[in-house]
Ligand binder design. Sequence first.
Ligand code: SAM
Length: 417
Amino acid sequence: MNSRKEALNILFEVIKNNKFSNKLLNNLIKKEAMSKEDIAFIFKLVYGTIQYKIYLEYVVNKLIDPEKTDYKIQILLWMNLYQIKFLNSKPYYVINEAVEIAKDINKNYSGLVNKVSKSLLEEKYWEVDIKNKQNILSLENGFPFWLFKKIEKDYSRDQAEEFVLISNVESKISMRLNTLKISKEEFEKNYLEKYELKNSKLINYFYLSNKNIVNEDIFKKGYVTIQDQTSGLASHILNPRKESKVLDMCCAPGGKLTHLAQIMQNTGTIDAYELQENKMKLIQENLNRLGVENVNLVCKNALDIDERKYNYILLDAPCSGYGVLRRKPEIKLKKHSETETQNLLNLQLELLEKAYRCLDKDGELVYSTCTINKDENENQIEKFLERHKDIEKIFEKVFFGREYDNDGFYICKMKIK
Ligand SMILES: C[S@@+](CC[C@H](N)C(=O)[O-])C[C@H]1O[C@@H](n2cnc3c(N)ncnc32)[C@H](O)[C@@H]1O
């Protein structure tokens, strides 16, 4: 299979049909026939083209009429510009292969692809020339104006600019050591150097790596699992004691759930809920691989769960995901409608109310999201605390992503006064 063609097909699925890039790319890893180099190249092309899509489209549209050009051909041209400008690829290969791919899509377009791609070599077309100078940074970095404005309004212009810049920086692979399977001493003695792992500066038992380790023994044997450092903080800050009763309301794929089990050393019980049936298999695989034995996993809407009392509750809520743009850059390409936004805010609010009703009198609750959006985070919690005067906030933090090479994340810990 031709790598560029494979990348184009994935891009089409992501951009046109709203599929998630990481899922399609992870399927590639399973294809035995592809070399590591090919897979790495496809990852780069797919992520890069999505990250800069808004900019690439702006430049390519100087040279074509998008209304009259096949959409897959447009994506092919964005991919070409990405390779020429950002990867410094040799133009000869980029253009030749693109012309061959265009012939497969529709012969009539091969001439256009050849001509436009050659024009894209000219740097004069790369310039961003728009009336509103305040939007130049966003456009140059393929960042949507609406999201920039939202972050600027919620926080500050500086914060928004920093967020734009960080959103295209390649993220490291972050992993958590699973002490249910191996001690820290033994793990570090045998694997730290071998896999060139660096200790996280944010949280104990977490390591950063430049290499994907999902095909390595340390992953398969359950010694480590892939999890962002800030995501790890949610369970770390909830910190359930041994033998306690814990509720994880939205648990797939189980990163925080398996961490909770680790903190509790497989004692007590964790009732874990997940709405989507198709995620159950992956959660169960993770529980098995990591040797977790204290989880009662249920596929059910968390709004319908029985209101038993729990000592600890984790509500890692469904959210807009603006904190994970580096890993899922397609999120920035889809602006939620007013109705979608309101539905999401209502769901978070209802889940919080459910958590409140399940909290024991000495109970503690962590609310977290992987987004940077005050309405879903700080404002949501402020309203919750106004409704429930018996609850107090004991910890709150927003991570923007630049702090420790982490994802953007929000955590708030609360307890009954
Ligand atoms: C942010 S993800 C959870 C990530 C997970 N806590 C982890 O660390 O691996 C939110 C999850 O909530 C699930 N979800 C959404 N609405 C839900 C509901 N009403 N009840 C239960 N789960 C829900 C989604 O399917 C999604 O898997």
